[in-house]
Design a protein around this ligand. Structure first.
Ligand SMILES: [Zn+2]
Length: 118
């Protein structure tokens, strides 16, 4: 059996395309895995930012915020965004749901729990 140059080229192209596709999908999977593993840290960083913003707000207005509407920090028109306590609306992960504790001025996450100092 004789293999022609065009057949050889076809095999080569299929091999190269397959190699590239597997490399790209592997990269995609590892990036997704990396993001998933880092989610608790991102969540915690977000809650820390939020707690800091509320602390500043409390100091400036000489008050103690008791109840927080998530739109206050998730919306472009939210109170902490428009007042300049956050640089922009926070983009928390959809799975995370924050509960504010006015006693400690901190947030806990329904998935990632209380704030922990690493
Ligand atoms: Zn979370």
């Amino acid at each position: 059996m004789k293999i022609s140059i065009s057949q050889l080229m076809r095999f080569l192209v299929i091999f190269v395309v397959g190699f590239i596709l597997s490399a790209v999908s592997l990269q995609y999977v590892s990036t997704r895995e990396h993001r998933r593993k880092n989610r608790p840290r991102q969540c915690q960083a977000m809650r820390k930012t939020l707690a800091g913003a509320i602390e500043m707000y409390n100091l400036d207005f000489n008050t103690k915020v008791a109840d927080i509407d998530p739109q206050d920090y998730l919306s472009e028109n939210g109170r902490f965004v428009t007042e300049g306590y956050l640089q922009g609306p926070l983009s928390k992960h959809p799975e995370c749901s924050y509960v504010y504790d006015p006693k400690t001025s901190s947030f806990s996450c329904s998935i990632h729990g209380e704030f922990k100092a690493y």
